[in-house]
Design a protein around this ligand. Structure first.
Ligand code: MTE
Ligand code: MO
Length: 497
């Protein structure tokens, strides 16, 4: 048992010093999160989806915990191995360190300094293992003295780990420094959101028309979101262009401001799900930037790369037409939140996020779809991701019990870059009834709808469907989110009495 404990304590000490070094260098992750991200990169899409649908939004904390549990067990094994074969214990730690190193250096744009945390970690492991096992090797272990020495060394190593870990936590001020830089920004031309009159209907329980930044849904593959100071940010526009352009944050601020209300949604949103939000975005039009770069004929795609290495492929035409695709710098009148792509992300009305809304965007390559694959297309999702016509019931909630009689129902409908003309609801399979739309001045946002229903006592079913501005009626055909977005009519059950 003391041998396993020696392995675990040495292991924890190395994790603590590597964490401290990573924090001190201002690296995005540490060896544990690096390995967890490597696991994400190596996981086939279908397995990832199954895992995410099983554990939902706990997937990231669970993954990090899983990596930690596995390494703790390995540490104990290395300690036990070291009893018979000292070399095997050492080799175990070295192999683990090399995995951490590979996990770090295989990241997109990993700085060379990223090898330091793993190196320091391995050195700590070996030193602590030697320290902790020396008293255990001293002949008869029943002797009180070696045991006391072991306990002494063990408490020392444990305490040292706590100090290093705590210090790492304190020093890990990189994100806080970025927060401070973010708070100090004053963005020219960025105005506060003022929702157009009439877009918000008065109905308890209906989703607010404008989503606050803190409630904006979040989807990304980064365990530790990139924290980038505006002065450290730039984006390169290159590939099939006449003139390559590199833009700094100040270059962007100096350009004309484009602002719009826009609803963003995730392709993996289930029918009735809430991976959708609506905000006031400010930025710079991509069509102007691409015109300046001079797109060459033959190009049909743009490959975007994020600071964290995530990639997506966007149809070029959606970036050059008049829909308002932009490099966004602000959400709801404030600099983008770090988790939503600060300092700069891409937004393209009418396309799902996975093919367009690159957060922490660093590289925009004009190219052809033939010549590359991107993060989600490699995992089986469609190359094109136009938003499907969809609608949702917010009120009543599924399973709710309401007072029989006149019941007001309400919810949302959307198809960005097309617009919604009408919404209809159907109670218990009877005829379709027109719902009332809130004022719809905007084709790139969701629209709220309400309907007044005559509901007798008993169990009921309510469904909704939308009609877009082209007159197309939302399909009843049910499809799962993969590979190009869910479809089908949102249906809820409720009771009245
Ligand atoms: N760098 C990066 N950008 C990304 C992603 C990601 O994983 N990494 N996910 C995309 C997906 S799938 C969606 S739906 C949107 C979500 O943006 P939000 O988190 O700001 O709502 O971001 C997109 N941009
Ligand atoms: Mo998404």
């Amino acid at each position: 048992m003391p041998w396993a404990l020696a392995g675990v304590l040495a292991g924890l000490a190395g994790l603590a010093t590597s964490y401290l070094v990573a924090a001190w260098l201002g690296l995005r992750g540490n060896p544990v999160t690096d390995v967890a991200e490597l696991v994400i990169r190596l996981t086939p899409g279908s397995v990832a989806e199954a895992a995410i649908s099983a554990v939902g939004h706990h997937d990231k904390p669970l993954l990090v915990t899983g990596v930690l549990v596995v390494v703790l067990v390995l540490f104990a094994c290395f300690g036990l191995l070291a009893r018979r074969w000292p070399g095997a214990g050492i080799a175990g730690f070295v192999v683990l360190g090399v995995i951490g190193l590979i996990a770090n250096q295989s990241q997109y744009g990993a700085p060379a300094t990223g090898i330091l945390p793993s190196l320091v970690g391995v050195l700590t492991w070996l030193a602590c293992l030697a320290l902790l096992t020396a008293p255990l090797r001293e002949q008869p272990y029943r002797d009180w003295d070696p045991q006391r020495r072991f306990l002494l060394v063990a408490s020392g190593v444990g305490l040292g780990s706590l100090v290093a870990g705590g210090l790492g936590y304190r020093v890990g001020g990189h994100r806080r420094a970025v927060d401070t830089a973010r708070d100090a920004l004053d963005l020219p031309g960025v105005t506060s959101p003022r929702p157009p009159a009439g877009v918000q209907v008065q109905l308890d329980g209906i989703t607010p028309w404008q989503t606050s930044a803190s409630r904006f849904y979040r989807i990304d593959t980064a365990l530790v979101p990139p924290a980038i100071k505006p002065v450290d940010w730039s984006v390169r526009i290159h590939g099939m262009v006449d003139r390559e352009i590199t833009l700094t944050y100040d270059d962007l601020l100096a350009r004309p401001r484009h602002q719009m209300w826009m609803t963003l949604n995730c392709v993996s949103n289930e029918v009735g799900g809430n991976l959708i939000s609506n905000g006031w975005f400010s930025g710079v039009l991509l069509k102007d930037l691409l015109a300046e770069a001079g797109v060459q004929s033959g190009a049909d795609a743009v490959k975007q790369t994020s600071d964290d290495g995530w990639t997506c492929g966007t149809p070029l035409s959606a970036l050059t037409d008049d829909r308002g695709a932009m490099l966004a710098i602000a959400l709801n009148g404030q600099p983008l939140p770090i988790d939503h792509g600060f300092p700069v992300r891409t937004l393209v009305p009418g396309l799902y996020g996975y093919v367009s809304a690159c957060k922490w965007v660093r590289d925009i390559e004009v190219t052809t779809f033939d010549s590359f694959t991107a993060y989600w297309t490699e995992r089986g999702w469609s190359e094109m991701g136009p938003v499907k016509l969809a609608s949702r019931i917010d009120v009543p909630h599924g399973g709710e019990h309401v007072t029989a009689g006149t019941v007001r129902a309400g919810g949302l409908a959307w198809q960005q870059n097309t617009g919604i003309r009408g919404v209809q609801v159907q109670l218990d399979g009877q005829g379709w009834q027109d719902a009332t739309l809130s004022r719809r001045t905007l084709k790139d946002t969701w629209v709220q709808w309400t309907a007044t229903l005559d509901v007798p006592a008993g169990d009921h079913q309510l469904r909704v469907r939308a009609i877009n501005d082209d007159g197309q009626v939302q399909t009843s055909v049910q499809a799962a989110p993969a590979p190009n977005g869910a479809s089908g009519w949102h249906t809820i059950s409720f009771s009245a009495g």
